[in-house]
Ligand binder design. Structure first.
Ligand code: ARG
Length: 466
């Protein structure tokens, strides 16, 4: 018999029951539901809305339910409409009439809006912790590769020399912004909808500030209609998670390319690669490919949420039950990817010589050659043209700028001298790029120091209460 059976003259069709039921996916919020109900019951008791003894009995009952669900002594009833109904019914089974008082001055609409916030607060904290781990790994790896010269690319064409450290710290910048985005979304999510009731508040003398404080919120939400019908926080987190995935996916794309024979810049650890069922020589970067692939589903989750909300009138609509599978999947996926991606990165072998060799081909020191002339007084546009001519000569003769004879340089411009070879040596090109944010070891050391300071601040901050 349904909790709401009073108004109805017949049982719901079994197909409707199945269709309506959300317990198979919202059961994972049981601990958050119980936490919210305890705060609500305490408040009802403190305000004299229900007897204090009942409030205590409710909390004890909920506590035992939580323990039994955790231990597996109590199983979720797939017939229950949702986790909220299931727990309330179980409570009443255990403590009788006091259990029936729990839902006073509350609706499942404000209850579910609360539960999802509490659940996502923990998920956001978990993703943040994984991002901080990844950032630490990036800083460590960058510290080991300050002098590992590799080609920097634009249009996937070799462009100018950088170092692996510089390249890795570019990703660190992205992941630091991701941590910031999750913090922003979490801060805006941190208001308590409890007390909004079904949509129009309640006539009971509830204390919304008390429940909000007990549950670690900054305060109660401002408007009861918005309190029950806002899912911005799901969308914002899904957007932040999508951006994390976009960054991981770009990184994965590079890992995949770097593993190929065409690049061979890295070798993945055997524990983080897979073989082929038919081709004995294969070692595939499946982890990176799956991260790239799973990015699609997180974007899909974001689009699901945005589309689900777009036509909804105020206030609660059952459509909103569809929020959970989408945002849970987004959080599950981003966690799963980070958990695997970071150790894959940590254990890979960097093939420095191959990176160096690739940097030595492709004229990535051509800008430095032009800069050499500019520093000797040749206007940059002329220097650019002269160097272009030299590159064309090299290509035609199968030479590089390093192997082009001095006479040919001098024929192109009187400003060239023997020190040109020193000026275009790859190490000189990298070390000379001392501008802040650039690839010189000293500039990258500053980037690592700033990322480590970020990590230290984040560790001290600890994020929102879990
Ligand atoms: N299972 C529902 C959901 O996830 C809980 C809220 C139900 N409220 C209602 N008025 N039917 O949205």
């Amino acid at each position: 018999m349904k909790l709401w059976a009073g108004r109805f003259s017949k049982e719901a069709d079994e197909r409707v029951n199945d269709f309506n039921s959300s317990i198979r996916f919202d059961s994972r919020m049981y601990a958050h539901d119980i936490k919210g109900s305890m705060a609500h019951a305490q408040m009802l008791g403190a305000q004299g809305i229900i007897p204090r003894a009942d409030a205590d009995a409710i909390c004890d009952g909920l506590d035992s339910i939580c323990g039994d669900l955790q231990s597996g002594a109590l199983l979720f009833d797939p017939q229950a409409e949702d986790i909220h109904m299931f727990i309330e019914q179980e409570l009443t089974k255990r403590i009788g009439d006091a259990g029936k008082r729990l839902h006073t001055a509350r609706s499942r609409n404000d209850q579910v809006a609360l539960d999802v916030r509490l659940y996502l607060r923990d998920e956001a904290a978990a993703v943040r912790a994984l991002l901080l781990k990844l950032l630490e790994t990036l800083c460590d790896l960058a510290g080991e590769h300050l002098e590992t010269v590799m080609p920097g690319y634009t249009h996937l064409q070799r462009a100018q020399p950088v170092t692996l450290a510089h390249h890795l710290m570019a990703y660190a910048s992205m992941f630091m912004r991701d941590v910031g985005r999750i913090a922003d979304a979490s801060a805006r999510m941190n208001v308590c909808p409890l007390g909004s009731g079904a949509l129009a508040g309640t006539t009971y003398p509830i204390d919304r500030a008390m429940t909000a404080a007990a549950l670690g919120f900054a305060g109660p939400s401002e408007n009861s209609l918005d309190g029950v019908s806002d899912r911005d926080f799901c969308i914002e987190l899904a957007a932040a998670f999508s951006t994390v995935m976009m960054h991981l996916s770009r990184f994965s794309e590079e890992i995949i390319a770097w593993c190929s024979w065409e690049f061979k810049f890295i070798e993945l650890d055997d524990a983080f690669a897979t073989g082929s069922s038919i081709m004995p020589q294969k070692k595939n970067p499946d982890v990176a490919e799956l991260v790239r692939g799973k990015t699609a589903r997180v974007y899909g989750d974001l689009v699901t949420l945005l589309t689900m909300m777009k036509g909804l009138p105020l206030a609660y609509n059952k459509d909103m039950q569809e929020d959970k599978e989408a945002i849970f999947d987004a959080a599950d996926t981003v966690k799963l990817c980070l958990v695997t991606f970071t150790p894959m990165l940590r254990t890979m072998t960097v093939l420095k010589d191959n990176m160096r060799a690739a940097a030595a081909r492709g004229f990535i020191n051509a800008t430095d050659c032009a800069d050499y002339l500019t520093k000797k007084g040749v206007p940059f546009r002329d220097a650019y043209k002269i160097t272009g001519g030299l590159v064309a000569q090299c290509i035609a003769r199968g030479l590089t700028l390093e192997t082009l004879p001095l006479d040919d340089y001098k024929a192109a411009s009187a400003a060239f001298d023997t020190d040109i070879y020193e000026a275009i040596a790859l190490e000189t090109c990298v070390r000379g790029r001392i501008s802040a944010g650039g690839p010189s070891p000293q500039a990258v050391k500053a980037q690592i120091a700033s990322a480590r300071a970020f990590l230290q601040r984040e560790a001290a901050d600890g994020g929102l209460e879990g």
